[in-house]
Design a protein around this ligand. Structure first.
Ligand code: COA
Length: 192
């Protein structure tokens, strides 16, 4: 794949396409409220003001084709860490090295913003291709068990250093997963 990727920030002009791409890549996880909140200050304040300083997304294009999406958000409680949001590649474009390119671009974007660690969570018993991908990229894996009573999935956190130093563990600090899962469920109900 020699053509270069184009990263377009998600704005009021293209958020509907971003929601469509997210929904195609994650058919079981509805990220529409996250994407809407990233461009709507009122919604953002209502959902996230207490936990997150920002949430931002990019649509990824190969020529005119929106082939993927990526996003970033930190927590106020851990300002040197930034989290990957709804990162993925549409099915016809998988296994061509594009996921790795998008991931590396997102890492650089995070480095530019001064963060020291890029992290993400995944469901290791369900998201087998994601786990294979993060293992292939040598990310550090640790279990997240803080919310195991309320969240109906096993959760792994994967981390990549952005400053050349060894990765510091996340150590089970609160991810507010329950709130995110409730938001996804609510978004599904809205669409029905
Ligand atoms: C995970 C994902 C982003 C990978 O994107 P991709 O463009 O297919 O990945 P790449 O082609 O860059 O793969 C890089 C390496 O990762 C590994 N890998 C990627 N997908 C894999 C799979 N399904 N099975 C085994 N290994 C895999 C391979 O080692 C691959 O190198 P290779 O193709 O030379 O063997 C993509 O499968 C996806 O969007 N999945 C659905 C959404 C998702 O799970 N996102 C992550 C949420 S946390």
């Amino acid at each position: 794949m020699t053509e270069s990727l184009i990263f377009k920030p998600v704005t009021k002009d293209n958020f509907e396409l971003a929601i469509k791409v997210q929904g195609e890549i994650f058919p079981h996880d509805n990220g529409s409220e996250n994407i809407r909140a990233s461009i709507d200050k009122k919604l953002f304040d209502r959902l996230y003001k207490k936990e997150h300083p920002f949430l931002t997304y990019w649509l990824v294009y190969l020529k005119d084709d929106p082939i993927g999406i990526t996003g970033l958000y930190p927590y106020f409680s851990s300002p040197k860490d930034v989290w990957l949001s709804w990162f993925g590649v549409r099915s016809p474009w998988k296994r061509k090295g594009l996921g790795q390119k998008i991931f590396e671009w997102t890492k650089q974007e995070a480095q530019k913003r001064g963060f020291e660690t890029l992290r993400l969570y995944t469901y290791p018993e369900e998201d087998l291709e994601a786990v294979a991908f993060y293992n292939a990229l040598n990310l550090f894996e640790e279990p997240y068990t803080l919310e195991e009573e309320t969240v109906p999935h096993k959760i792994s956190i994967f981390s990549a250093s952005l400053n050349g130093k060894p990765v510091q563990k996340w150590n089970n600090k609160n991810l507010y997963m329950k709130e995110q899962i409730d938001l996804e469920t609510k978004a599904n109900t809205k669409q029905d």
